[in-house]
Design a protein around this ligand. Structure first.
Ligand SMILES: Cc1ncc(COP(=O)(O)O)c(C=O)c1O
Length: 393
């Protein structure tokens, strides 16, 4: 039973693994090894002897099957916003005669900020269009350089048609960048069959790599050696220890490195990924859909009309979370947390519950809904102490 591989606090139902996954025994073990043996005993020799220089590539290979990629197509480094910056900057050079980048007006705010920031640095006029994604086809033409979308909407949990959208984007000669923050480790992904150009995702949600864990970048083989890293640094150089004053990119995925890998954090993610090798993404997906189906059904049965279920019912349009809309959503989530059911709140009115299939049980869903019913029936969520919001919601 894979739940035993997680350290889950007693008396809590953790429905926030879509935001920060829990500690795994694998991560604990591996970080212990890094601290005690590799860093503790090996000290600086471990850059060579413990494979630290190759860790971003080795970990990329370990993660690759989760997104349908192969060896040498994924690199683990930086955090997600930085990796998006690298891809956006490089992609704008690849489509140097085009002037438009399209993204989604409800995309994660960091994605919107970084795309606007990189557009300003492009050296030519770039218009960033943040559109209603249902109208994408109307905006696709031969002036579009790049389309950047998040595969599973962070608020609603809606999952987009990766293959279909990528094909439509390619049909006008544009490039496609997918943000897999809310997908990896929870839903099946196949960048190869969907012919994706670029993707990136974070390590701290369903992958359980720890707070601020390194992120990952996928670059299709056809773009490796072609997509330039706009943030060059010594670790992405062909010969970092030659200390040459002029930059020459390393071949392959190493080109997308900039600075020293965060070795302890890579260790945590490495250990956390072990558990995925004891199951399949198909099994995880079945469990995830069963958990989210059950949650939606129970909420609708017990609290008819109280919430708007924002997450799509159709399996092929649903990620691994359920979003319930309520105008007192913040108070509801806080009252639940006080009673041991941990979800989160996304402004303006979304109560968000993540269902990480590796460690959640059906009984957790029943218990969580019962506690939700208690909160609503007792009006606990209306307590004025919830009028003030915490910094992290
Ligand atoms: C969809 C999405 N994109 C980007 C980010 C930003 O990630 P990072 O803090 O690693 O830059 C997040 C963080 O939660 C996210 O959910």
């Amino acid at each position: 039973m894979l739940r035993q591989e997680f350290i889950l606090p007693q008396g809590q139902i953790y429905l926030d693994g879509n935001s920060l996954g829990p500690v795994t025994l694998g991560a604990q073990r591996r970080v212990g090894q890094v601290l005690n043996r590799e860093w503790g005993e090996g000290l600086i020799r471990s850059w060579n002897e413990a494979g630290w220089m190759d860790a971003p590539l080795a970990l990329g290979n370990r993660l690759a099957p989760l997104i349908g990629a192969h060896d040498d197509e994924v690199l683990v480094a930086d955090t997600l916003t930085f990796l998006l910056a690298k891809i956006i900057g490089g992609a704008l050079e690849l489509r140097s005669t085009r002037h438009v980048v399209i993204t989604d007006d409800v995309n994660f705010h960091s994605d919107l900020y970084i795309v606007a920031g990189m557009a300003k640095l492009a050296g030519r006029e770039i218009v960033v269009k943040a559109i209603d994604r249902t109208t994408l086809s109307e905006h696709l033409d031969d002036d579009v350089a790049l389309v950047m979308l998040t595969h599973v909407d962070f608020r609603t949990g809606e999952m987009l048609d990766m293959a279909g959208i990528t094909a439509a984007v390619h049909a006008v000669g544009a490039l496609m960048l997918w943000d897999f923050a809310h997908s990896t480790g929870a839903v099946p992904l196949d960048v190869t069959s969907a012919d994706v150009d670029f993707a990136a995702g974070c390590g701290y949600k369903y992958l359980n790599g720890g707070p601020g864990a390194p992120a990952f970048i996928y670059v299709a083989p056809r773009w490796q050696g072609v997509l330039r890293n706009p943030l060059p640094g010594w670790l992405g150089h062909a010969r970092p220890f030659a200390f040459e004053p002029t930059y020459e990119s390393a071949p392959g995925m190493r080109a997308y490195l900039t600075s020293s890998p965060s070795v302890i954090a890579l260790g945590a993610l490495d250990g956390a990924l072990e558990v995925f090798e004891r199951t399949t993404i198909t099994e995880l997906r079945e469990k995830s859909l069963a958990l989210t189906d059950l949650f939606i059904d129970l909420v609708e049965e017990a609290l008819p009309g109280v919430f708007e279920v924002v997450t799509p019912r159709e399996h092929d349009r649903r990620g691994s979370q359920v979003a319930l809309r309520h105008h007192r959503g913040y108070g509801i989530v806080q009252a639940l947390i006080e009673r041991g059911v941990v979800g989160d709140f996304r402004a303006p009115d979304i109560c968000r519950f993540g269902f990480a299939p590796l460690y959640l049980r059906y009984v957790d869903v029943y218990d969580a809904v019962q506690i939700l019913v208690d909160v609503m029936m007792s009006s606990a969520h209306l307590d004025e102490k919830y009028d003030m919001r915490l910094a992290v919601t």
